[in-house]
Design a protein around this ligand. Structure first.
Ligand code: 3HC
Length: 680
C-alpha cells in the first residue's frame, strides 16, 4: 500500500499520508513523511508544503503498538528538524483529531489550519505518558504555561475554535480544507514568513512558572494520586522555562522514557487496547449485524430499572417504564425526571434537552400493553427465578415477533429464563451496574441459544450508551460479580482471623481501589448478599450484622457506624463481634502486613479470573481487566487484576494459593509453569 502521495497545486505541494485506520505515526509513516518532506524541501519548483492525511483523521499520535520496542529512526524529532530547517513554509491541514505526536507534528510546522469540527490535544497522560516530541516544550511557548498544564496534565482534546483562541491553531478553514490550506501556505510563502514556535519564549519567567505549576498541583490533587505521568509532565513543562529549547527537548525525552518504563504506563496502555478489543466478538459471522432498536420497554421501576431507563433516554430512545405497582412507576418516573433536570442544573445538558428526554418517557402498569411495539424489553425486577420466568412468559406473549427480550439478572441462569419463552434465540442478558446511567460496564450475556445478531445488538447498544460492553457466558455472577465475590469471601475469612474491616478496606484503597469490600457491602446493603432471616444462625460476621439490623448505610449502621451525613466511622460493636469470632475460630491471632493482606484479597481474584477465562465465560484476559476497572473501580494505573497478576509474577501467586490449599485454576498453573502470561 502506498502511504504517501504528492499532489501539486501550482507551486504548493501537498504531502498526503494514508495509513488507516487513524494515521498513527508508526515507522512506515515516519519514513514516508521524512522522505516526502526531504524531497519537497529540495525541490526548487515548490514554494510551500501542506501536510494532510486521508481517511477519517489527521495523525492520531505515535503508534501505541510500537511502544515498549526499540524506536527506529527517523523518530518524530528527526522529522520535525527537517520541517523547522526548511526554508519554505510547511503547513499542517488538520481534520478529524490531531492527537499526541500528531498534534506535536502540527506544532512543529510553520502554520496550522484546521476544519471547524476538528479536535486537537495531547492525551498522552491517559496512557501514563507525556508528550515526547516537543509537546511540553512548544505548547507553553505558544499557549502559555497555565494552558499547557490544563492541556497536557488534563489530557482532554479541545475543539479547533478553542485551539484557535489559544493560538494553537492559526486558521480555521471556512470552505474546503484543502483549498484553504493551499491558499494559506501560498500567502505565507509570498510573505516569506517562517514562524517557528521553538524560537519563542514561554510567557512566564522561571519563578512565575514554578508558582503556576505548584498552584496547578494544589488545585488538582486527585490527578497525582497513583498516576506517575502527571508529575513527570510538571517537570517537563518546568524544563520548558528553565532550559533552552534543545536542552528542554532532551529533558522531555528522558522523562518520556522514564514514564514509558513505569508499570503504570504499561497498565494504562493495556487498558487502551483492552477497551477496543472488548468490542470484538470472536467467531461472530460477518453477516450478524445489529438489529434496529428504537423503542425500549423496561420492566421494574426500582433503582436498577429507573437507571436503565435513564441510560436509554440519554441516547434519545423512547422508553416505557413498566411496573405492576403504580406507585413504584410514579416514583421511578419522578426519580428519572429529577436525575435529568439535575444534569441540566449542573450545566451538563441544556434545560430543553432535559425536558426533551423526559418527554421520551412513558409509563405503564401492564406488561402486555407496554411492550407491544418495543424492539427491546429489559426486565429489571428483583432476583427471583420464578418471578423472572413469569415475566418472560408474559413478555414472550406480548412482544412483537423478533423483539429482543433481555434480563438484567446479576447471577441467575439466563438459559433457564430463556427456556420458558418460545424465542430463546432472542433472549440475552444485559447486566448493568448501579447506577446504570453512570457506571461504564455492561455485561452482555450470551445464552446457549442467543442468536449472533442479538449478541451484535447487545454489543452495539453498549457502545451507543457510551459504555464498555463485555461479552460474558452464562455462569453464577457472570464475570465481574463472580470474580469480586472471591475477594469478598477472602475478606470475610480475614475477619475470622481477627483482621478488622477498616484495615482491610484501607489496604484496598491504598492499592487504589475506589472503595474497600466492607464499604462496598455497606453501600449495596449487607442483607442483599444472600441473607435469609429464617435460616440465619449467627454463623458469620455478616449474619450477626444482619440479625442486628446493621444492614449498611440505609440503616445508618453496617460494618461501620454512619452519622446523619453518611460519613463512616469504625464501629466498636463490630470490632467486638470480630474479636469474638476470631477467639472462637481458633485461628492464632497475629499481625498481618499490608502486602500479605493484599495477597490474601487479590490472589483469589486472579485465580477466579483464570477460571472464568478457562471456562470460556470471558473471551480474553483483557476483558476481565476492563470489567474490573469499569465495574468495580479497579485503578486504571494498575490495569486490572490479570495484568496485575502478570506483573506480580504468576509462579509466586500459584505458590501462595497452593500454600493455602486453594483450588488453583489449571490455566493459571500452566501459565506459571511455562513462564507465559495472561496479557502479554
Ligand atoms: N496507535 C496505534 N493504534 C491506534 C492509535 C494509536 N495512536 N489510535 C487508535 N488506534 C487503533 C485502535 O487501537 C483501533 O484499532 P482496532 O480497530 O484494531 O481496534 C483503531 O485504531 C481505531 O481506533 P478507535 O476504535 O479508537 O477509533 P475512534 O474513531 O473511536 O477514535 C481516536 C479515534 C480518537 C483517534 C482514538 O483512536 C484515540 O484516541 N487514539 C489514541 C490517541 C492517542 O492517545 N494519541 C497519543 C499517542 S502517544 C504519542 O503520541 C506519544 C508522542 O507524544 C511521542
Amino acid at each position: 500500500m502506498t502511504i504517501s502521495t504528492i499532489e501539486r497545486d501550482g507551486d504548493v505541494a501537498l504531502l498526503l499520508i494514508d495509513s488507516p485506520p487513524v494515521n498513527a505515526l508508526g515507522a512506515a509513516v515516519r519514513n514516508a513523511l521524512d522522505a516526502g518532506l526531504k524531497a519537497l524541501v529540495a525541490d526548487d519548483a515548490v514554494r510551500a508544503i501542506v501536510i494532510r492525511c486521508r481517511g477519517r483523521t489527521f495523525f492520531a499520535g505515535a503508534d501505541i503498538s510500537e511502544f515498549g520496542k526499540p524506536l527506529g529512526r527517523p523518530d518524530l524529532n528527526d522529522i520535525f528538524a527537517v520541517i523547522e530547517g526548511s526554508t519554505k513554509p510547511v503547513i499542517s491541514a488538520i481534520h478529524g483529531t490531531a492527537l499526541g505526536g500528531g498534534f506535536e507534528l502540527a506544532l512543529a510546522c510553520h502554520g496550522r489550519i484546521a476544519s471547524a469540527d476538528a479536535k486537537v490535544g495531547l492525551p498522552e497522560v491517559s496512557l501514563g505518558l507525556l508528550p515526547g516530541a516537543g509537546g511540553t516544550q512548544r505548547t507553553p511557548r505558544i499557549a502559555g504555561v497555565e494552558r499547557a498544564l490544563d492541556l497536557i496534565v488534563g489530557g482532554a482534546p479541545i475543539g479547533a475554535r478553542r485551539a484557535h483562541e489559544l493560538g494553537l491553531i492559526d486558521e480555521i478553514a471556512i470552505g474546503d480544507l484543502r483549498a484553504d490550506a493551499v491558499a494559506y501556505a501560498r500567502t505565507m510563502a509570498a510573505e516569506r514568513r517562517l514562524p517557528r514556535i521553538r524560537d519563542r519564549a514561554p510567557d512566564l519567567d522561571v519563578e512565575a512558572a514554578k508558582i503556576a505549576i505548584a498552584a496547578y498541583r494544589e488545585r488538582n490533587p486527585r490527578s497525582f494520586v497513583g498516576f506517575k505521568a502527571p508529575d513527570l509532565i510538571l517537570q517537563s513543562i518546568e524544563a520548558a522555562v528553565t532550559l533552552d529549547f534543545d536542552a528542554g527537548l532532551k529533558r522531555e525525552w528522558e522523562l518520556f522514557e522514564q514514564a514509558m518504563a513505569t508499570p503504570e504506563s504499561a497498565a494504562q496502555r493495556h487498558i487502551f487496547f483492552a477497551e477496543r478489543a472488548a468490542a470484538k466478538v470472536q467467531g461472530l459471522p460477518a453477516d450478524a449485524k445489529p438489529l434496529p432498536v428504537v423503542k425500549v420497554a423496561v420492566i421494574g421501576a426500582g433503582t436498577m430499572g429507573s437507571g436503565i431507563a435513564t441510560a436509554f433516554l440519554n441516547i434519545g430512545l423512547s422508553v416505557t417504564l413498566v411496573d405492576r405497582d403504580a406507585g413504584a412507576v410514579e416514583r421511578g418516573a419522578g426519580g428519572i425526571a429529577k436525575t435529568l433536570r439535575a444534569l441540566a442544573e449542573k450545566g451538563r445538558i441544556k434545560a430543553e434537552e432535559a425536558e426533551r428526554r423526559i418527554g421520551l418517557l412513558n409509563t405503564g402498569t401492564e406488561i402486555g400493553v407496554a411492550v407491544a411495539d418495543a424492539d427491546l424489553a429489559i426486565e429489571a425486577v428483583y432476583e427471583d427465578m420464578a418471578l423472572k420466568q413469569a415475566i418472560f412468559r408474559e413478555l414472550d406473549q406480548a412482544a412483537k415477533p423478533g423483539a429482543i427480550l433481555a434480563s438484567n439478572t446479576s447471577f441467575l441462569d439466563l438459559d433457564a429464563i430463556a427456556a420458558v419463552t418460545g424465542r430463546p434465540d432472542r433472549v440475552i442478558g444485559l447486566h448493568f451496574f448501579a447506577p446504570a446511567n453512570i457506571m461504564r460496564l455492561l455485561e452482555v450475556v450470551r445464552g446457549a441459544k442467543t442468536a449472533p445478531e442479538v449478541v451484535a445488538t447487545g454489543m452495539a447498544l453498549g457502545r451507543k450508551l457510551g459504555k464498555v460492553a463485555i461479552l460474558s457466558g452464562v455462569c453464577h455472577g457472570f464475570i465481574a460479580n463472580r470474580i469480586m465475590q472471591t475477594c469478598v469471601d477472602a475478606a470475610q475469612e480475614l475477619l475470622l482471623a481477627g483482621v478488622m474491616p477498616w484495615r482491610i478496606d484501607r489496604v484496598m484503597t491504598d492499592y487504589g481501589m475506589a472503595m474497600g469490600v466492607f464499604t462496598m457491602l455497606d453501600l449495596v446493603g449487607v442483607d442483599v448478599i444472600g441473607w435469609d432471616r429464617a435460616n440465619s444462625a449467627g454463623r458469620t460476621v455478616q449474619e450477626v450484622l444482619c440479625e442486628a439490623d446493621r444492614w449498611g448505610q440505609k440503616k445508618g449502621a453496617g460494618y461501620y457506624d454512619y452519622d446523619d451525613r453518611r460519613r463512616p466511622t469504625p464501629s466498636l460493636w463490630v470490632e467486638q463481634v470480630v474479636r469474638d469470632f476470631a477467639a472462637k475460630s481458633g485461628v492464632e491471632p497475629r499481625d498481618y502486613s499490608d502486602a500479605e493482606l493484599l495477597e490474601r484479597l487479590f490472589y483469589p481474584i486472579v485465580n477466579e479470573g483464570a477460571k472464568v477465562l478457562d471456562e470460556g465465560i470471558a473471551q480474553r484476559a483483557s476483558d476481565i481487566d476492563i470489567a474490573m476497572v469499569t465495574g468495580y473501580g479497579w485503578p486504571v494505573y494498575r490495569g486490572g487484576p490479570m495484568i496485575w497478576g502478570d506483573q506480580t509474577g504468576l509462579p509466586k501467586i500459584v505458590a501462595a494459593l497452593d500454600a493455602r490449599g486453594a483450588d488453583v485454576s489449571p490455566l493459571l498453573r500452566r501459565h506459571a509453569g511455562d513462564g507465559t502470561s495472561f496479557t502479554a
